[in-house]
Design a protein around this ligand. Structure first.
Ligand SMILES: C[S@@+](CC[C@H](N)C(=O)[O-])C[C@H]1O[C@@H](n2cnc3c(N)ncnc32)[C@H](O)[C@@H]1O
Length: 224
């Protein structure tokens, strides 16, 4: 977390955050002990996470309604004259749920986004190796892509980051094998969180990975 984010959080009277229904929430856990004792908290519980495939029209409908409701809550707090800090895991503008609120709030109430350290940065740091050297081309892929597109981008890149893996793990592994990167790939689970683990992909026997998992292939580019 940046100093700027910490300063905002320590003084925030209203704090909102996303979480899976019934869970404490990773973002909230990270700031435990940092919030004002009288801070008012707004947990926004996702109506679904992985229960319905992204391709199902109900997926978009449910999430769109959810983001509409949460936006209305934030707007009401702002219109009452208060600031509200929204917690995000990693960088809000990098595959973060907050971007869906930002798109809806933009132009209605003032919004400031504080840049942050992404999970992938914590992941490659956990491997103890740089991800990109010299003029290496690094590609960030979502495990939700189909195998052909994964392979195509893996072949064209010097360094690779795969996020959003979960149950797509076997397909991502097949793509890495076909693209010739499997032996060089690493898996980092819960980077910079309690329970962090770092392993060569070839050592992993599971058929799926937890939500907070990233696969990395390090670049080996030009160096003096
Ligand atoms: C919706 S994206 C959010 C990315 C986030 N905004 C960021 O900047 O890292 C969630 C995906 O990011 C990856 N991720 C984020 N933080 C992680 C961490 N600390 N350890 C492992 N994977 C992480 C996982 O692949 C996860 O499925």
């Amino acid at each position: 977390m940046s100093l700027r984010a910490e300063r905002v959080l320590r003084s925030a009277q209203h704090v909102a955050f996303f979480r899976k229904a019934g869970r404490w929430g990773h973002a909230r856990r990270i700031v435990e002990g940092l919030l004002r004792p009288d801070a008012v908290e707004y947990p926004f519980e996702y109506p679904i996470t992985t229960e319905i495939p992204v391709s199902d029209p109900r997926y978009n409908a449910l999430l769109s309604a959810f983001y509409g409701q949460t936006t209305a809550q934030l707007e009401a707090i702002a219109r009452a004259g208060h600031d509200v800090a929204v917690l995000c895991e990693g960088d809000p503008f990098f595959y973060g749920s907050f971007m869906h609120l930002h798109a809806r709030l933009k132009g209605r109430v003032p919004v400031q986004v504080i840049p942050a350290i992404t999970g992938m940065s914590a992941a490659w740091t956990a491997t103890g190796q740089p991800i990109a050297w010299g003029d290496d081309v690094i590609t960030v892929l979502a495990g939700t892509l189909d195998q052909a597109r994964l392979e195509q981008h893996m072949r064209a890149s010097d360094a690779v980051v795969v996020m959003k893996i979960g149950a797509h793990f076997p397909k991502v592994v097949r793509a890495l094998q076909s693209a010739g990167c499997y032996e060089d790939a690493w898996v980092v689970q819960y980077a910079a969180m309690a329970g962090q683990s770092v392993a060569k992909l070839a050592e992993i026997k599971a058929r799926s990975l937890p939500y907070f998992s990233i696969i990395l292939v390090h670049g080996r580019g030009r160096r003096p």
